[in-house]
Design a protein around this ligand. Sequence first.
Ligand code: GCW
Length: 756
Amino acid sequence: MLALTTKTRDRVFAIAPFLNTCIRRLLPICRCIAAGAVLMAVVAGARPAHAEDGYDLWLRYRPLSGESAQAYRASTTRLIAPATSPTQIAARHELLHALTGLLGNAPPTADAVDGDGALVVGTAASSPLIARLKLDTAKIGREGYLIRSVVIDGHAATVIAANDDIGTLYGAFHFLRLLQTNQPLQHLDLRESPRLKLRLLDHWDDLDGHIERGYAGASIWDWHKLPDWLDPRYTDYARANASIGINGSVLNNVRANALSLTPLYLEKAAALAGVFRAYGIRVYLSARFSAPIEIGGLKTADPLDPQVRRWWRGKADEIYKAIPDFGGFLVKANSEGQPGPKDYDRTHAEGANMLADALAPHGGIVIWRAFVYANEKPDDRAKQAYDEFVPLDGKFHDNVLVQIKNGAIDFQPREPFHPLFGAMPKTPQVLEFQITKEYLGFATHLAYLGPLYEETLAADTFARGKGSTVAKVVDGSLYGDKHSKDALTKSRLTGMAGVANIGTDRNWSGSQFDQANWYVFGRLAWNPSASSRAIAEDWVRMTFSNDAAFVTPVVDMMMRSREAVVDYMTPLGLHHLMAHDHHYGPAPWDASGKRADWTPVYYHRADRNGIGFDRSATGSNAVAQYMPPLAQEFGDVKRVPEQYLLWFHHVSWDHRMSSGRSLWDEMVYRYTRGVEQVKQMRATWHGLDGKIDADRYAQVAAFLAIQEKEAQWWRDASIAYFQSINGLPLPAGFAPPAHPLDYYEALSFPYAPGHG
Ligand code: GCW
């Protein structure tokens, strides 16, 4: 009861008769309004019970409209699904929850088929009905599933069958996707299994809640309240990941804090593992190489020192006692100031193997990052990882994978694929993408990363002749199974990792559209050959609407969005021109970093005569790290794809482009085109007003306005700077920058989010 002060109470009593009369008079009107509201809710059907704020991601399960709902109800008249293991319970719960939302009612659960339309879920071991069907599940392996229309005892039914419980959960999510994206449920014959074994999210989350390169609020891991308080958000995180097949989560930043490995934090990590387990997600930790010193009291972290080795073995035993299905360690060593084996004159392989040996008895793995920016200044930063890691091929133990960023510099809007892919045939290689948009406009720029991921995966390394795509390197099919056995299964380890864009924002990712980047990452990790357009379409349908008048323009807009960012930030192979440290906004003039090779001027090398980084044979010769056909193509200024021109070559400002324009004119043209694209995105979005809920519509509209402003800023600042170097006029018809160069140079953003 609300506590009232005496004074207030007296006042309320004094006006009570008046209130009474008002209420009596208003009552019929209220009833009328209430009845109207109920009627409207029924008529609207699709009205959400609560405002759409993006929390539900692509698992919104809002009511489907008349006709298709009717058909779906006929195919889900009852649910026959076991519920004895936590994963079975999760699958059954998801189906009931989703079908209730989508179709208005949960189907009854049953044990036997006694009419048409049963949905039968399970494995041969968990479901006698599935066992009776004798489905050919051998080929789908672990985690795979079948979704098939069948006849059971004369009745039409749909089965979701797998070899293990997690396969049934993945199958359940796929089945729901069919409804969510308005697909028919007749004559189903779907067979799915993941091409990659490890499908991981890397969280760069610190123990204090800050996220390095995070633009969606603070870390969702509430370390302080763990293990006692299990935020329901952890379960929703696990559901969302399971729905796209993600099966591992590295909880802490690769710039690791050794405290993550202390009993206090292991207990907390174990609690998270306890939530994730039912959803097939294993917990991994980033390990700080110097932990034996920092928390172990040793004098050294030398990987060949017996005491150090013993310490890690003991640590591994301790971890597995707390988390029996612990995945393993992710390690950033000897890069950007992090400790590592090279501090003791040992190789990356010696460091990785020492940890791998400690984990091996428990079936754990080590994922060793190849992003090595050592303290010595290299002649070309792009060459460093290849130079250090290729000689180590064959030297890593079987439970080590090397994790390689998609490109050799650092998650730029566009990079050629990393030359390490395909260059270490004896070593399983994990492909690392960034989902969080450190270099693509943080949370406010709409940039769908599906095409970027697809571009890398489809790139041909020529490692074993034509057709040796990065996808085939990463899924191991290029090498067969002969090089390595792994600790988790009996064949080669394979994997893909994405640096997460998840935080405490209600919409998880900082913007509605950034959810699509989490989504497409998961779907491509499951199937690296999938089409990013088809995935975008699924996402739009599930996240917003099945209305074709909405879906088509939005998917088109998403598919063009990343290229727009390339245009207004770094066209034609330019890279790393973002402001120092926080990477927010342009700073091509910046030469102030601690090290030359961390500054924009190092990367663009513009002078009066020309621009670009010469990585051909006349320059750093980084092209030689690619297989011969590519080395020749990239190394030849006449043959290099124009999108990589300034990545590989230093050319004159009047270099003739395929468009017939000079390089300088082409740059101005592309910067301007990027801004125009954003204007078009805004116009497209504006035309969709009213087709989705007002809240999400408004946030996207506001963010697009920010994007346009910042795209213009990028264009103008870049043009102003490069013009100050080359002294050339702008081509006819192109507007000059809004401000003089010194205006842009003076802008400062000390509190831009996501600092390293
Ligand atoms: O892109 C750079 C980031 C750093 C990050 C590093 C890495 C975790 O700017 O913030 O550090 O890459 O991948 O290790």
